[in-house]
Design a binder for this molecule. Structure first.
Ligand code: SAM
Length: 222
């Protein structure tokens, strides 16, 4: 699970997608952290990722989420969790959003989930700084946390085919702070004094995901 508690609106769509003909597509599924806990609700998510199972993902489809190899209008629910911020720099106009919306059936929905960057210092500020640090180390694969307001202002306009709805919740999950400190202190990711500074801040103040935001785009009836 990447985010908890999941919003009621998402759980309602999940219930609908749990029927015998229901279809849920998880874009950028990775190791299934978001996807695997959903199996309890009866849905059978299909994951797509550019890295296949040999690289440790649960992808049933290996492909590029910029143009998912999936039939238009075939999905009850399309989910992108922890994905948007990593791919927006490849396509700053986010034309892939249009591709994702086209996969959704009438009355179906596209959901995005992202961590909200904390404004100040403290445990959630350390998580924000950790994400910026990782992003500087691996700019080709990672993006910094993105605020809901930035997404809303740039991409949240209503359109004829559907409209967006947004929410923010506190993420009650706890990151594995010891694993993060081991990673920062390990040789592989050491970068000047920044890794050591972050590790000290995490030790002294803690580490928390803070808030997360979700965006739901619902397709209108045809
Ligand atoms: C941060 S992980 C998120 C995994 C999962 N959704 C979660 O919430 O735990 C991002 C995943 O997106 C995948 N990814 C990034 N860019 C992609 C692309 N253009 N096409 C397909 N997958 C991509 C990465 O391989 C990675 O597994």
């Amino acid at each position: 699970m990447s985010f908890s508690p999941l919003p009621n609106l998402f759980l309602e769509y999940l219930e609908r997608a749990g029927g015998p003909t229901g279809r849920l597509l998880d874009l950028g599924c990775g190791d299934g952290s978001f996807f695997l806990p959903l199996l309890h609700s009866g849905v059978r998510p299909v994951g797509i990722d550019r890295r296949g199972p040999a690289a440790g993902t649960v992808a049933a489809v290996v492909g590029d989420v910029h143009q998912p190899p999936v039939l238009r209008g075939s999905q009850d629910v399309v989910v992108a969790a922890n994905l948007f911020r990593h791919i927006i720099s490849d396509d700053p106009l986010a034309r892939f959003l249009d591709q994702w919306q086209q996969l959704v059936k009438p009355h179906g929905a596209l959901f995005l989930f992202e961590d909200e960057p904390a404004r100040g210092p403290g445990p959630a500020g350390n998580y924000r700084d950790l994400q910026s640090f990782l992003c500087r180390l691996m700019p080709e694969a990672r993006g910094p946390l993105l605020a809901r307001s930035e997404f809303e202002n740039s991409f949240g306009a209503p359109a004829s085919a559907g409209c967006w709805e947004f929410g923010t919740c506190k993420n009650e999950l706890a990151p594995d702070r010891d694993a993060v400190r081991r990673m920062l202190e390990g040789g592989g990711l050491t970068s000047g004094g920044e890794a050591a500074r972050l590790s000290r801040a995490i030790e002294q103040e803690g580490l928390a995901y803070g808030d997360f935001w979700w965006a739901c785009w619902r397709r209108n009836a045809e």
